[in-house]
Design a protein around this ligand. Structure first.
Ligand code: F6P
Length: 307
């Protein structure tokens, strides 16, 4: 997110536009936590994880009264347009504010879940994916030395992009993702085919959103198949921190610059995206309501390659 903040700030200043940074998201807009930014305010942040602007969930902004207060701040601060950074909740809020008060807003997609329709990747996803793969590589050392089965839980309440692609990239034996959870009883299938026929370790990567998560899967496995002694690792919030990958920094730089251009092009209510290498504008309504599907062929590839 810092790389995107840097890109928006410097692209705007380059176009002669004044930049005001809003701290703590919509809460900060309501409580007027605002500071004018110059070029140097975003120096040395491209390599930092997190966000220098802080973030928060705002219950007040969910109400029309809260959004009216936010609008009053915008008027008082003489802000003519907003660039919001976030995921679907952020864009839903932006859409409501924009419609109620006829205010120009564009969005930059930031979520490690990569679950926003209309863009191939969201900012943070690639970094989180690399972090997971790094961790699984390390877990593999124990799994293989001790000939153990590990169940690794990664983030993703409703989306399996992190789980599926980290499974492919780390050579995991299987993945269980929310999108496919109900299709078959994957653990039973795996056991039937034998985890260990030709291998001395097994790693299954599960998304946190599946029923019971990794702990639930492990419990069930121990109960139904006491011959297995699965070990669980929940990666948790370490997936959301750390210095961003080069890919994420470039993505954030492109999307942040695109957001400023979009506003100058009179675009409203759109999220910046990149598909097939090109910047696209995706209406907030689509980004938040349309489902981004996983590529199911990747599951088949995983199954073939993990045999
Ligand atoms: O929506 C992004 C996400 O990273 C999810 O994958 C995860 O479940 C959630 O945020 C964690 O949010 P919090 O830090 O508020 O618990």
């Amino acid at each position: 997110m810092n790389a995107a903040i840097r890109a928006v700030t410097r692209s705007a200043i380059d176009k002669g536009i004044k930049v005001k940074a809003i701290y703590r998201g919509y809460n900060g807009l309501i409580s007027k936590e605002i500071k004018e930014f110059q070029t140097q305010n975003v120096s040395n942040i491209i390599q930092q994880g997190g966000t220098i602007l802080k973030t928060s969930r705002s219950e007040e902004f969910r109400t029309p009264e809260g959004r009216e207060l936010a609008y009053q701040t915008l008027k008082k601060e003489e802000i003519d347009a907003l660039v919001v950074l976030g995921g679907d909740g952020t864009f839903r809020g932006a859409q409501a504010l924009s419609i109620e008060w006829n205010f120009p807003i564009v969005g930059v997609p930031c979520t490690i879940d990569n679950d926003l329709y209309g863009t191939d990747d969201t900012i943070g996803y690639d970094t989180a994916l690399n972090t997971i793969v790094n961790c699984v590589d390390k877990i593999r050392d124990t799994a293989s030395s001790h000939e153990r089965l590990f169940i690794v839980e990664v983030m993703g309440r409703e989306a399996g992009f992190l789980a599926l692609n980290s499974a492919l990239a780390s050579g995991a034996e299987d993945t269980i993702i929310p999108e496919k959870e109900t299709k078959v009883d994957q653990m039973e299938e795996l056991i039937r085919h034998g985890f260990r026929k030709s291998k001395n370790s097994s790693i299954v990567i599960v998304a946190e959103g599946i029923t019971g998560g990794a702990l639930g899967i492990a419990e069930r496995l121990k109960k139904d198949h006491p011959e297995y002694d699965p070990h669980v690792t929940i990666l948790g919030h370490l997936q959301r921190g750390g210095s961003p990958s080069a890919y994420d920094r470039i993505l954030a730089s492109r999307l942040g610059a695109a957001a400023v251009n979009a506003l100058l092009d009179e675009q409203r209510n759109v999220m910046m995206g990149i598909t097939n290498g090109k910047v696209v504008y995706v209406p907030f309504s689509q980004a938040t309501q349309k489902k981004k599907y996983i590529d199911e062929s990747l599951l088949n590839i995983l199954m073939v390659l993990s045999k």
